[in-house]
Design a protein around this ligand. Structure first.
Ligand SMILES: NC(=O)c1ccc[n+]([C@@H]2O[C@H](COP(=O)([O-])OP(=O)(O)OC[C@H]3O[C@@H](n4cnc5c(N)ncnc54)[C@H](OP(=O)(O)O)[C@@H]3O)[C@@H](O)[C@H]2O)c1
Length: 330
């Protein structure tokens, strides 16, 4: 049954067909009172077809064609909404030597896109916007004490992002976009909460392989037969979706929230993966490294709102089951 306008909450999710956004949509549609506006860049693209198959989509999901760089298209999708989940942003490393313009394609798109969404939300009198940032906006900070888990006080700096080579534009795009979001909040008084997730994996709904799952495959395949047994963080996409909803629904939520699970040794991650999918060429030997050299995060602030995350074993198992079913493992 469709909720009546008096009891329903209408929210907009940008970049609805993406990996994380698809799970946010599924979660929202599983709750009877949400009516969801989802933005996609191409309504006819098969990569967004899974959205229409989500339970309750027929009754409570309306898709809008919108590019975050096109203010008018964003305005149409956000009109009439009580809340916005701004998730759309380019997620891509830029291989060196490739003739692209990362400053424009990645950084400007993230920043202008975020400002367009915030401005449209302000005009539409949206009550809260949850912006998805990333730990990329947190850990590229050379001044943070070595070995101390990063928390919400840490901000990435441009020079440090620049040293990350092909990831520079992505890391810096997330940093600038999140900073601009808080500048906008301070200027307008708008209620903006940001979530900074670590590397996200988990079951997939769409047929395209998102960048973070490619990164996960690179991590477990390693760079050779012997790898450093460092700590790695894998976060379940379903837990990140829960974090976004919690940040939206909890009145006292404010500022930024790091969203990270417990770091695990690479050998554990690889052993679990190997038992589920033996066909990758996995590293065979592990060299012990100082734990201090691993990048770790504190999600204490988010956990105080009631956020929890599942065991990594469950995430990896459900991931490989889904990737096998989709036939994306090669
Ligand atoms: N996955 C992770 O490990 C991770 C970690 C931390 C933060 N995040 C953040 O989470 C968000 C979602 O990432 P994801 O992993 O789900 O990646 P994804 O599947 O690639 O999703 C990115 C989405 O952004 C959309 N998009 C890009 N440029 C756009 C534009 N100009 N206008 C409208 N939409 C645009 C894409 O639409 P198209 O399909 O049309 O290209 C896609 O739906 C991003 O903000 C990312 O930075 C992800």
């Amino acid at each position: 049954m469709e909720p009546s306008p008096a009891t329903s909450t209408t929210v907009c999710v940008t970049g609805a067909g993406g990996f994380l956004a698809s799970w946010v949509l599924k979660l929202l549609l599983s709750k009877d009172h949400y009516v969801v506006h989802g933005t996609v860049r191409d309504l006819r693209d098969g990569k967004n077809a899974h959205l229409k198959a989500l339970e309750n989509a027929g009754k409570r999901l309306r898709l809008f064609k919108a590019d975050v760089l096109d203010y008018d298209s964003v305005t149409s999708a956000i009109a009439g909404c009580d809340g916005v989940f701004h998730i759309a942003s380019p997620v891509t490393p830029v291989p060196s030597g490739l003739a692209t313009n990362p400053e424009e394609d990645v950084i400007a798109t993230a920043v202008i896109g975020t400002l367009n969404v915030l401005k449209a939300s302000y005009e539409a009198k949206v009550k809260r916007v949850v912006v998805v940032s990333s730990v990329a906006a947190v850990f590229n900070n050379p001044n943070w004490p070595k070995g101390k888990p990063f928390n919400e006080d840490s901000w990435s700096d441009e020079d440090c992002c620049r040293k990350k080579g092909e990831w520079y534009s992505y890391f810096f795009s997330k940093t600038l976009a999140e900073r601009e979001a808080f500048v906008y909040a301070a200027k307008t008084g708008m209620d903006i909460v940001t979530i900074c997730p670590a590397l996200v994996i988990g079951p997939l709904m769409q047929p395209t392989v998102p960048t973070s799952i490619k990164v996960f495959f690179d991590i477990v395949k390693g760079e050779g037969e012997t790898v450093g047994n460092r700590l790695e963080i894998l976060l379940d996409v379903r837990d990140v979706a829960n974090a976004l909803l919690l940040a939206y629904e909890t009145p006292e939520a404010s500022g930024r929230y790091i969203c990270s699970s417990t770091p695990r040794k690479l050998c554990d991650i690889i052993n679990i993966s190997k038992s589920l999918y033996p066909n990758f060429t996995y590293p065979q030997k592990f060299l012990e490294v100082e734990e201090e050299d691993s990048t770790t995060f504190s999600s204490e602030k988010l956990q105080k709102l009631g956020w929890t995350f599942r065991h990594m074993e469950e995430t990896i198992r459900d991931s490989f089951e889904s990737y096998t079913a989709l036939g994306i493992l090669t």
